[in-house]
Design a protein around this ligand. Sequence first.
Ligand code: OAD
Length: 251
Amino acid sequence: MERRIPDGLVAALARAKCVVVFTGAGVSAESGIPTFRDAMSGLWARFDPMQLATPEAFMRDPVMVSRWYDERRLNCAACTPNPGHRALVLMEERLVAAGSEFTLLTQNVDRLHQAAGSRNVLELHGSIWEWRCCACGARREERGGPLGEYPPRCACGGIRRPGVVWFGEQLPGAVCAAADRALGECDLFFSIGTSAVVQPAAGFIHTAKKRGARTVEINRDPTPVSDLVDWSVMGKSGEILPELVDRAFKN
Ligand code: OAD
């Protein structure tokens, strides 16, 4: 794992025809959003996120689970995109302007990529802003203050759940199909700010490698994929990405 950005990686990005970027919670850390595995602080310190982010947990204790998600939603509302998000917007703009393709696959539910201006974003784990009725399926985006009632209720009388994908649930089919298509064509694959342990997302790197893509990891810490990639750059995405994009597209 290197701390500096290798020249070969800069050149590969500058030449790439089809880039897939896969992001996780680490990309939003510098915006003030705790990573998934760091999220259990304060009142929630005694809980395991794996025990809250499941359909079983919601069925067992919808009050607690919906309150936890609403607190996380309100925390996201106070956060703005950081230089890492903005560098990915620039990466997309420069690649698309050059006739190349760019797809951003994210596990993040905060929509900060879209807030920064990223266009071709596929949300693998849904959105923390959208709540949906367990009875009638109606979806509504919640951008205001605390929902107040836990679990919140739909006009139909059903209870509403966060519009995220929980452990043990299927990823949205259309999103998976689009992700597969992008991975099948990419020549450069980035895994950024993700612990790379949750399937099927963790398998993306293998799909990209099989396809013959060069692979890159940018992470604060080593992960299970650090030894598999062509370039592993250790550091904060909000510092590495602006430098990488600047060097790749400076002309
Ligand atoms: P994690 O919380 O598992 O991992 C965050 C990763 O970001 C870790 O590898 C950190 O070392 C790294 N990191 C932290 N700060 C960083 C920074 N400033 N720059 C770069 N890297 C940094 O989050 P995810 O991998 O996104 O799923 O977790 C994936 C999924 O697991 C979540 O979407 C959630 C969770 O279980 C579900 O809820 C289904």
